[in-house]
Ligand binder design. Sequence first.
Ligand code: UT7
Length: 351
Amino acid sequence: MHQIYSQISGWGKYVPDNVVTNFDLEKMVDTSHDWVVQRTGIEERRIATKNETTGTMAVAASQKALSVAGLTAADLDLIIVATSSPDYFVPAVSSTVQAALGANCPAFTVMTGCTGFVYALVTGHQFIATGAFKRVLVVGVELISRFIDWNDRNTCVLFGDGAGAVVLTPSLTPRGVLGFDLGSNGELGHNLILEGGGCANPFSQEVLDTGKHYLQMNGREVFKFATRILPQSTAKVLQHANLNLNDIDMLIPHQANARIIELAIKYLGIDPAKVFVNVNKYGNTSAASIPIALVEALEQGRIKADDKVALVSFGAGLTWASAVVQWGVAAPSLNGRETNAAILQEETAVV
Ligand code: UT7
């Protein structure tokens, strides 16, 4: 029996056109551009407008990912959508995405906050590695701005909206997810919570009056957790993949705060040139942060075939999720669609 790897053969992102700068926020809450930049590194973020939903953003990113892979929605065997800001509690947004894409396959949603994409990626990888499925779409999407109290300066300056997607296909050469580290510490869950609207606090006038329908965060506690878990989980995932830090060509950390990333760089002793940062442009897009960063790194030509990329995330739960991914397919040039489609056809036929 051959070991089956799951390579990333398509990728795409979608961010709303609407840019909200720190200067815009200065007009809404008691904050300043300088405070936000110094404490978080964030300069601006994308905020969805009325016609955009979690579903529409996920579909836009997915269509791009399918196009890069040279596949259509009809080729998909499975869709996994990671989000904590779904369009509805029921039905799951994964089914909305499946229908809008025109796919005819199972679909489910993963809800682990900012770590959702990596959890979903690792889950998708299992289906490929067991031979159960050959084409899996994994989406990280978040429209968190609709769950933010725009009068709360503790949270409203931090977050942004967007989506990123990848297509996984089988490969017999080591590619895709080489190792992973997943974890959860629910005892710390109260530090990042949206209390209202679920079974514990069903919607009521009181929920609305007390603002429990908004995301609330104990920033200092999450900061402490993040700075501890980023280096720890990076070390663990490298161990699981049988690699050391020097083998890593690029580290893509969850984009929550540039200071958290700087501290992780210091603890790990990794060359900052190998660490991808775009939190300045998008803020914290939660489950979309890692796939958006991955796609941007590819667009900027910073990931080449055979590169080993570490994806390291932390978030609500509190959870953490990391994966080392070996890049397999070259970023498409103008004729990239054919290139990827040809490689894929060859690989998928063999497996
Ligand atoms: O995806 C995972 C989710 N979240 C995160 O990763 C966030 C982790 N935490 C953080 O990034 C940081 O803790 C924050 C950026 C949220 C806050 O930075 P901090 O350096 O930890 O600030 P702080 O909470 O210690 O607050 C310092 C001061 C406080 O004033 P006092 O009490 O010292 O008078 C805050 O009220 O800054 C004040 N403050 C602000 N001032 C201007 C808090 N938010 C703002 C603001 N503008 N937006």
